[in-house]
Design a protein around this ligand. Structure first.
Ligand code: DSN
Length: 423
């Protein structure tokens, strides 16, 4: 197994080996609530760490620029077929190195510099690559942005329609990184159709929920779908672009040779493994449990007086607005980390604070659900979060250290894929 113990790394590079071991222990001992993270299976980890890393295979199956593709071609074909079957799409490209390159390929496939792109504003829950100003997508292209309503915390689709009518974008992105509610793909599709735009659903956060039937699918609504493979989908760090047959050639050309060289074949194999796992009935159970856990955790926080953007969650994540608690997100996140609860500070819609120390926390349940935690544990976690935030405001590090010990005790009973634990 290519996970700790890692005797070969330990023999040749003890410094790195020790850091990997420490990271494994850290992942074992913490309640990991970063909404975009997960625990990949041992099978996925093995495929990612395999000899496939030694191979170059620029091109696509059957059309490569290097010899020796006898094993790589069938691996990539399997990954493609499994993606197409799992999501019910005409075409899948499994080569993008990660989510941002996948989204850049959309610009290359369908737009020219200066064209208009419409996406959700980053501080409202979108992604950098949906046209945010510090990204190349917001400087080389003409971005128009939609957000959420101040009173509901939800996307106002009438506003999106008005904006699209006025600005006539070539591409409309839906999806993002901090959206706690179901994405209305049919409504976005009707807007895109009306203005002649291509609708791209960025499902990076919810791909696993869609695969498991715990969130509606964009297939049949969005002509193009981008996703990472390592969030709720629980695969390796990678990405895919899926599309209708009509757009297949443009997507493939944009990924290679447009943006990338050789695909990471070890990642392709690990994506294939993850897609096979995601097609099993147990994965559907997992996806529904992720959502059930998020709802239970949201209820636990609401019951303790916390304000959640949009009032709750439909999916794997929630956004806590700490304004009433009188503490910034960064200080809260750092205190929680000391208390064994790992999450990230996040802007909330209309945040008066700066992005580097915003008003909110983003909390997600994909990783703790993989560890086997269920609704019965969410009240306890909400209680720890509340106690740690209070301890942060009174600088009670002793309380944080006590919580961290309680967290460690709880998690001892929940195995982590890829590591047998400290024993
Ligand atoms: N970094 C990812 C996230 O945390 O949502 C988005 O790219």
């Amino acid at each position: 197994m290519h996970q700790p113990p890692i005797p070969h790394v330990a023999g040749s590079d003890p410094d790195i080996a020790e850091l990997i071991q420490s990271e494994a222990r850290r992942q074992f001992e913490k309640v990991r609530l970063i909404a975009s993270e997960n625990y990949a299976s041992v099978a996925v980890l093995e495929a990612s760490g395999s000899v496939l890393t030694n191979k170059y295979s620029e091109g696509y199956p059957g059309r490569r620029y290097y010899e020796g593709q006898q094993c790589i071609d069938p691996i990539e074909r399997l990954a493609i077929e499994r993606a197409e079957q799992l999501f019910g799409v005409d075409h899948a490209n499994v080569q993008p190195y990660s989510g941002s390159p996948a989204n850049l390929a959309i610009y290359l496939a369908f737009m020219r510099p200066g064209d208009t792109v419409m996406g959700m504003s980053l501080p409202m829950g979108g992604h950098l690559t949906h046209g945010w100003s510090v990204s190349v997508t917001g400087t080389w292209f003409n971005p128009v942005r939609y957000g959420v309503r101040a009173d509901t915390g939800r996307v106002d689709l009438d506003e999106v329609r008005d904006l699209a009518r006025r600005k006539r974008p070539k591409v409309i992105f839906c999806g993002g990184t901090a959206i706690p509610r179901t994405i209305d793909f049919p409504a976005f599709a009707s807007i895109a159709r009306e203005v002649g735009a291509i609708l791209v659903a960025d499902i990076a956060h919810i791909a696993g929920l869609i695969a498991g039937g715990a969130h509606p699918s964009p297939v049949g609504y969005a002509e193009v779908i981008t996703t990472t493979t390592h969030k709720t989908l629980r695969g390796p760090r990678g990405a895919m672009i899926m599309s209708t047959a009509e757009h297949a050639a443009a997507v493939d050309r944009a990924v290679f040779p447009g943006l990338q060289g050789g695909p990471h074949d070890q990642t392709t194999a690990a994506i294939a493994v993850a897609l096979r796992e995601a097609a099993q009935p147990s994965f559907s159970t997992y996806a529904h449990q992720v959502v059930a856990n998020a709802k239970a955790l949201a209820d636990g926080l609401l019951a303790r007086g916390y304000s959640l953007v949009s009032g709750g969650t439909d999916n794997h994540l929630m956004l806590v607005d700490l304004t009433e608690q009188g503490i910034g997100g960064k200080l809260a996140a750092k205190a929680l980390d000391r208390g064994g609860i790992e999450l990230n500070y996040n802007t909330v819609p209309f945040d008066p604070r700066k992005p580097f120390d915003p008003s909110g926390l983003r909390i997600g349940t994909p990783a703790i659900t993989t560890r086997g935690l269920t609704e019965e544990h969410m009240g306890q976690i909400a209680g720890w979060i509340d106690e740690a935030i209070r301890a942060a405001t009174t600088q009670r590090d002793d309380v944080l250290d006590r919580i961290a010990a309680e967290v460690r005790d709880l998690l001892t009973g929940f195995p982590m894929p890829g590591w047998g634990g400290p024993g």
